[in-house]
Structures are given as C-alpha cells and as structure tokens.
Design a protein around this ligand. Structure first.
Ligand SMILES: Nc1ncnc2c1ncn2[C@@H]1O[C@H](COP(=O)(O)OP(=O)(O)OP(=O)(O)O)[C@@H](O)[C@H]1O
Length: 396
C-alpha cells in the first residue's frame, strides 16, 4: 500500500507542530430574517456566530462543544468555505481566506476538508462508494489523474479500514460506522492538512463511536492532520481533544486544555455542562452535584445583552446585563500559574471542581472504551478567588 503517497501533505512545509495553522478572529455569521414573498424585507438576523476567536495549532485537535443551535455547525461551514462570514477573519497559514475567490479559494479549500455528522444522509445513495470517495478528484483532477483514481480510492478504503473490494457497493450495503469511514475516506482524498469533523460520531452507537474516534486519532498521526472536532457533549470530545472551546449562543464561553476545562472549569456554563454528563455508576450518580440550569436557550435572533448566558446563570448581576465579558484570563487568575489560568468569558469566573478525582480513570483508559465517567463534584466546593461569591446560588 502506497501510504506515503497518500500521506504527502498537499501544502508542503508550514507551521511547526504547536504553531497556529488557523487563526480565527472575531468571526461573525448573521443569517438575515426576511418577511414578504415578492419584495423581501429584512426584519432582523439570526446571530448564529457572533464574534468567535480561536487558533487551531498544527497537529492538535480542538474540540468545540455546545448545545444544539449554539452555532457549532455554522463555524464548521465557515471554516471550510461552505458559508461566507458576515465579518471577521479566518487566517490560514497567515492569509485571510475569507477574501479569496476563484482559483486561490479552491486551492485553500483543498487543504481544509469536512467530515459530516450523519453518515445516513450525507452519502448520495445512488453513487457507489468509489464515486463518493473519488468525487473530490473531479474538482481537483491534479491530485489524481483519471487513470489513477480507482487505485487511489482503494488505497483510501484500506486506510480507513474498509475492504478495497467494496469499491462498487452502495452506501445502503454498509453499517453506520462503515458509512462514516466512507465519509472519512472522502475527507482524506485530497490529502488535506485540516479536517473539520462536525459531530462525526453523534449518529453512531456508543461502541462504534469509540472505533471511529480511534480511527480518527490513528489517521491524525499517519497523515499529520489537525482537527476541529465538533460535538454537543463534553464526554465525546474529551478523549480526542488537546484543547476544548465551549460555545454558547454564538460565542465562546471558555477555552483551554483538556485538563483546564474538565478539572478546572471557571465558567458557570462549562460547569453546568460537565455536571450534566451521564454517569454510569449509580453510586456516583446518587452523590453527584448536579447544576440544573433553568429556562431555555434564548433565540439567537434576539440574544440577551451583555453576557449571553446571564438569563440562565445563578451568578448573574447587573454588570452581566451591561457589559459583554471578554474571552480572556479573568483578573483573579492572571497572577496564577495554575490550570485555572485560561480564557473564560465570565465577570465572576470561579474555579469549581465538577469532576471528582476518584471517579477519573487512569490516563489512556477514559473515553476510548465508551465507559468514560464524568460525575459531578461531591461537595460542590468552589475554589474562590479574592472577593465574595456574587449573586444568589440557585442550583442543585
Ligand atoms: N442557513 C441558515 N439560515 C438561517 N438560520 C440558520 C441557518 N443555518 C443555521 N441557522 C441558525 O443558526 C443557529 C445556529 O445553527 P447551527 O446549526 O450552527 O447550530 P449547532 O450548534 O450546530 O446546532 P445543531 O447541533 O443542532 O446543528 C440556529 O438558530 C439555526 O437555526
């Protein structure tokens, strides 16, 4: 198998491992809300993404988590060029790709590919696996001349763990996990540098999820890939992510390493999400400290002023309605050298251990087998920085 050929990076030498490959700055996507049929009048906008900034470093996996409707898929589509931003920058290797068009855009898009959520609907049922996986070569024939495509597709099938002889079969002849492997093979066809995976395992059984996550990790090493991995719950991204960004109503609430987010979250929304992760062990479940959020997520067409989370936050005060909290290291943690020192968009950020140490599995054992345990904190203890705890506590 000519794997070295398949793994040759399309873009050549670039940033060293750990250096930014993508720099997202103040990214905004508003979808216009219109009224009228013939004469459409804009009456507002859905603020799906509203000022999001983060870096994707070479070789890393950045997980993006948040509830349904918070704008994760829109971020994914903006990154791969399926949507154009309303404002903001997406810099790839230092160049703002939001302004590119034509041939330059096509060249960049080759390096940033997407794997979609639902392998049942994202694969055309009338196309064979060979046609599906080889379709990107129609747009980029320079990667694989016509006579060479069948061999390349069979290589890709082999790389993702499918029998290359299945090249003439149709999607309905495969299981969900196998279909997602087909989607991954297609994402790899152009030998991209970055894969944006939008909920790639959410539609799969838990046992199959682990296999697909393991495959993605193996491919990352083999093909020197950087991933943006989107999921709606924190337990799925934990195993695969180096860093995690928590998203709420079009903005990032908190971003940090896996340890910072899971063991030292400082944003109340992250703490609530962590406390809601299902716990298989009944004893842990009984003693856990659940943070129950009240109310629904507000509409992105009319988000709350100031902090968007304030309408569901037990710490909210007047300041939260007046001033948008910036995504930066909160003042109480700026002098710290500990893991609580990471960006968190909260005026009253406090460290709170939601995951109990004794419930953590040894390194390398969590997540991959689908038995990850992420219970709530037993005593609900918050490690407060200087100053009193703001606002009434209306949870548990
Ligand atoms: N093309 C569109 N036109 C109008 N509104 C849209 C469009 N695409 C998304 N939205 C709206 O933008 C908001 C964010 O949607 P998005 O799909 O990005 O969220 P998400 O976090 O990925 O949710 P899910 O996991 O349910 O897909 C939602 O309110 C959605 O209805």
């Amino acid at each position: 198998m000519a794997r070295d050929e398949a793994s040759g990076a399309a873009a050549g030498a670039g940033p060293a491992p750990g250096e930014p490959l993508l720099e997202i700055r103040d990214l905004v996507k508003h979808f216009p809300l219109t009224r009228g049929v013939l004469f459409k009048k804009q009456i507002g906008a859905v603020k799906a993404v509203d000022g999001v900034s983060f870096d994707l470093r070479k070789g890393e996996t950045l997980g993006i988590v948040g509830e349904s409707g918070c704008g994760k898929s829109t971020v994914a589509k903006l990154l791969v060029g399926l949507e154009r931003p309303t404002a903001g920058q997406i810099r790839y290797r230092g160049e703002d790709i939001t302004r590119l068009s034509g041939r330059a855009m096509k060249a960049v898009r080759r390096n940033i590919q997407m794997v979609f959520q639902d392998p049942y609907t994202s694969l055309n049922p009338r196309m064979t696996v060979g046609d599906i996986v080889g379709e990107p070569y129609e747009i980029h024939p320079e990667v694989a001349p016509k006579g060479d495509r069948r061999r390349k597709v069979q290589e890709l099938l082999d790389v993702v763990g499918l029998n290359p002889e299945y090249i003439n079969r149709y999607p309905h002849q495969f299981s969900g996990g196998q279909r997602q492997r087909i989607g991954i093979a297609r994402g790899l066809a152009l030998r991209p540098e970055i894969i944006v995976a939008d909920e790639p395992v959410s539609a799969l059984d838990v046992s199959v999820q682990a296999q697909v996550v393991n495959l993605l990790e193996q491919l990352q090493d083999e093909f020197d890939l950087s991933y943006v991995f989107i999921a709606h719950d924190l337990s799925v991204v934990r195993h695969i992510s180096d860093r995690i960004a928590v998203m709420y109503l079009g903005r990032l609430a908190e971003i940090g390493t896996e340890e910072q987010i899971y063991d030292h979250p400082t944003h109340p929304y992250t703490q609530a999400l962590l406390s809601a992760v299902p716990v298989p062990d009944p004893d842990s479940r009984a003693s856990r400290d659940r943070i129950l959020l009240t109310g629904d997520v507000p509409s992105p067409a009319s988000p709350p002023s100031g902090c968007r989370f304030r309408t569901r936050c037990w710490k909210a005060r007047d300041l939260c309605a007046e001033v948008v909290p910036p995504l930066e290291v909160p003042p109480p943690f700026r002098e710290s050298t500990g893991p609580a020192r990471h960006p968190s968009a909260c005026h009253f950020a406090h460290e709170r251990q939601v995951v109990r140490d004794e419930d953590r599995l040894p390194d390398g054992e969590d997540g991959a087998d689908g038995e990850e345990r992420l219970p709530g904190g037993e005593d609900g203890e918050e490690r407060l920085p200087d100053g009193p705890e703001p606002g009434p506590v209306a949870h548990r």
